[in-house]
Design a binder for this molecule. Structure first.
Ligand code: KPL
Length: 303
């Protein structure tokens, strides 16, 4: 199975690394010149649980040089999805599967603008990774990955992708309710990302302060109310789940935190901003999410 990962940031590089270690045929497509050049010349360095791995990962910034793919995995920022999908069209053959493991809401819609829905599968992952410097990442958080067909059917192809991930050590489950799990992951990002980004904390440090935990609870409960009103099935206690992710990714600086640290645009519109948009349609107030979205947007404007 030839897999092409669109996006060679921390998470794309992590999946590229572990799939390569598992002897899969994988290509990373990245835009950061320094990162691509270091990996091309010296390989990718991955720190994981105190060990250091040097991995020869295939990487290019020229997607046209790869040929056709069996699986295209999107790990780009949410606001880059449409452009990345256009770039990835050249990889497509009749049965190519397009899978997103990105954060936030709206990725499915962005992909399906250009790709037939029957070729798209959805997913979420609880892993966390930090880009330390060009060519070097730290695997700093573990959690389950869920993938599923848009119509909830359990198919051979989705099982096949899950098997490939499992073989690479990525704990993966196939879900018949992947849209509910996208919201479940949204609760995690709604609670952790903007709050950790603004305070400069690592995920685990959020639970060291009663103030951050109170804010987190308010952010998450607003999002849960929006989800309930939209008819999303919520099986596990969302707050307990967010707390569990904080523990499992203690040492990680969340993706939005890394974005602010490097003065990059964030995914706020697809996370807390998405809660604000959905709440507006439902006519319910979400003051905490509105405020934190505004704060992140102001910080972005100062870059
Ligand atoms: O998804 C993440 C992110 O950083 O965006 C978590 C799971 C919170 C890991 O940091």
């Amino acid at each position: 199975m030839k897999t092409v990962i669109m996006g060679a940031g921390a998470m794309g590089s992590l999946f590229g690394a572990v799939l390569t270690l598992s002897e899969e045929d994988v290509w990373l497509v990245g835009r950061g010149r320094d990162h691509v050049e270091v990996i091309q010349s010296k390989g990718l360095t991955m720190e994981e649980k105190g060990k250091i791995y040097h991995i020869r990962v295939n990487i290019t910034s020229d997607v046209t040089s790869i040929g056709k793919a069996d699986l295209v995995l999107f790990f780009i920022k949410t606001y880059q999805t449409e452009r990345a999908v256009s770039d990835a069209l050249i990889l497509q053959k009749e049965d190519t599967i397009f899978l997103t493991l990105q954060n936030g809401l709206g990725n499915e819609e962005a992909i399906c603008k250009q790709i037939d829905r029957k070729n798209v599968i959805l997913g979420v992952t609880g892993h966390g990774a930090t880009l330390l410097e060009p060519g070097r990442i730290r695997h700093a958080g573990w959690g389950k990955t869920h993938i599923g067909e848009l119509d909830g059917k359990i198919t051979d192809r989705v099982n096949h992708v899950a098997q490939m991930f499992l073989k690479a050590g990525i704990e993966t489950e196939v879900s018949q309710h992947i849209h509910d799990l996208v919201w479940e992951k949204l609760f995690v990002n709604v609670g952790i990302n903007a709050l950790a980004a603004i305070t400069g904390l690592k995920n685990g440090q959020l639970s060291d302060y009663p103030e951050t935990m109170r804010l987190l609870e308010s952010l998450v409960s607003e999002a849960v109310e929006v989800a309930r009103r939209k008819g999303i099935r919520i099986e596990r206690d969302p707050l307990e789940r967010v707390k569990a992710v904080i523990e499992a990714t203690r040492e990680n600086r969340c993706s939005m935190g890394q974005d602010l640290d490097y003065k990059r645009r964030t995914e706020i519109d697809a996370i807390n901003g998405a809660v604000v948009r959905e709440a507006k349609q439902l006519g319910i107030p979400v003051p905490y999410n509105q405020m934190i979205t505004g704060l992140i947007k102001v910080i972005e404007k100062t870059f």
